[in-house]
Design a protein around this ligand. Structure first.
Ligand code: SF4
Length: 262
């Protein structure tokens, strides 16, 4: 594999130094990357004991949230699906969202589908997938792998596992994941990606169907909906843990090799 000056600059920005065998102008050997920091599992679900209702007292008046409505996304094209997601009430996560985060990238067929963890506060506020510094790092990673999520010629599509932010950043509950699977399934059907990149612990566990630590899910090829899946770190995590950028680049190279083999 040969690298042009633009890719070298991007890799350097990611903190990755090309191995001597791949770099015709080698630099002094890079320091060993620090051991992989395994992301902590999501916090346990709090269970609150509910007292039995008094037999003779009327129940207190409560403000009822609108019930979740099962959504049918079959047959929608990408713009219509985006509109449907913006108005979706398929699960309780719609109650507190500011914006549903549909995702961004290829307008038709995508080479890579990048599935990230559920929206954080900045995504919920903006409606954009991976805004800010994490998004800029993600864009540099994609560009180093020959992918891009912006422009009419975008080759990748970046979207969160569920489109609405769980309150206080908690992990999505099983019913919420199940409800939003229909959106992801329609995105896959429309975009027909050749490789899926799962970025972050929650995305990785959902797409691989396991509860294993991220470190054990990286470095191998999983299957999801008949597609090859590669697991790597979340962009936000990589901002805080630069030592793992080299490992993330190894994951991207694995995804790249699958794309070339497909
Ligand atoms: S998380 Fe998904 S299923 Fe739930 S309301 Fe948002 S878009 Fe609909």
């Amino acid at each position: 594999m040969s690298w042009d000056e633009r890719q070298r600059a991007m890799l350097a920005e990611m903190g990755y130094r090309l191995p001597v065998a791949l770099d015709p102008t080698p630099e002094p050997e890079a320091a060993e990357p620090e051991p992989i920091v395994v992301a902590a599992p999501p916090p346990p679900v709090m269970r609150v004991a509910v007292p039995a209702p008094a037999a003779v007292m009327a129940p207190p008046a409560m403000t009822q949230a609108a019930p979740a409505q099962a959504a049918d996304f079959a047959g929608l094209d990408l713009p219509a699906l985006r509109d449907a997601v913006a108005a979706c009430r398929g699960c309780g996560l719609c109650e507190q969202r500011r914006h549903a985060v549909f995702g961004q990238g290829a307008l038709q067929q995508a080479q890579w589908l990048v599935v990230t963890d559920p929206p954080d506060e900045s995504e919920d506020a903006s409606g954009d997938s991976q805004p800010g510094d994490a998004g800029r790092l993600l864009d540099r990673m994609l560009q180093a792998a020959g992918q891009r999520r912006a422009g009419d010629d975008a080759t990748a599509f970046v979207t969160p596992l569920v489109k609405c932010r769980p309150p206080r950043g908690r992990a999505p509950q099983p019913a919420e994941l199940e409800a939003c699977d229909a959106v992801l399934a329609r995105q896959v059907a429309l975009l027909q990606p050749r490789v899926v990149l799962a970025m972050g612990l929650q995305a990785a566990r959902r797409l691989t169907g396991t509860t294993e630590p991220l470190g054990r899910l990286r470095g191998r090829v999983h299957q999801w909906r008949g597609l090859p899946v590669v697991v790597t770190f979340a962009p936000g995590y990589l901002l805080r843990s630069g030592a793992d950028k080299a490992g993330a680049w190894d994951d991207l190279r694995l995804a790249l090799s699958l794309l070339r083999a497909s």
